[in-house]
Design a protein around this ligand. Structure first.
Ligand code: FMN
Length: 175
């Protein structure tokens, strides 16, 4: 199974990206995870097609068996960079590459709530694009910046819980 991971944060020391990349190493032989790059995507403008960066993201989402979003919460919602990238790929409405795509969501925050509001917003957005959000244990990570060491995420219990949630979300039938 080939999964595409999307981090909602562009900064180098991002706890979202550290968690995504650390999880990538733990998913076992049945699941491979590659990270999508969204930092070079232009601002959405329906008068344009978005160019190579958007075409690449669209193709990556089309080809992936499923998506994992790891996103921080910004002002009680998802970061604009993430929403912008999603908006580009969301057309045509109800028939975009998100339709029927299994999309699992993890949220982080350096505050106490682990980005629960961003997580709820992202799931709502995904529902609006007819993506398939698996019913799984909800992974929210509070105080997330404290776990980052050299772009790795360093907390065994969170990694174990998140790995289990991903494996449950993308269960290979018959195993
Ligand atoms: C513009 C901005 C808005 C933020 N708003 C919230 C918020 O509403 N709730 C929250 O829990 N954290 C908020 N934070 C804190 C982020 O959750 C925290 O910085 C997090 O570590 C960012 O994720 P990253 O480490 O992947 O970059 C905000 C941070 C920024 C930069």
């Amino acid at each position: 199974m080939q999964l595409l991971g999307i981090s909602g944060s562009l900064r180098a020391a991002s706890s979202s990206t550290a968690l995504l990349l650390t999880l990538k190493e733990r998913l076992g032989p049945d699941i491979t995870l590659t990270q999508a790059v969204i930092g070079d995507i232009p601002l959405y403008n329906a008068d344009h097609d978005g160019g190579a960066a958007v075409a690449r993201l669209r193709a990556e989402i089309e080809m992936a068996s499923g998506l994992i979003f790891v996103t921080p919460e910004y002002n009680y919602s998802i970061p604009g960079v993430l929403k912008n990238a999603i908006d580009w790929v969301s057309r045509p409405a109800y028939a975009s590459p998100f339709k029927g795509k299994r999309c699992m969501v993890i949220s982080v925050s350096n505050g106490a709530l682990g980005g629960v509001r961003a997580q709820a917003h992202l799931k709502y957005i995904l529902n609006g694009m007819l993506a398939e959000v698996p019913p799984t244990m909800e992974v929210v990570v509070p105080r997330s910046q404290g776990y980052v060491r050299e772009q790795h995420f360093d907390d065994e219990s969170i990694l174990k819980f998140a790995t289990q949630a991903i494996q449950d979300s993308f269960k290979v039938p018959g195993r």
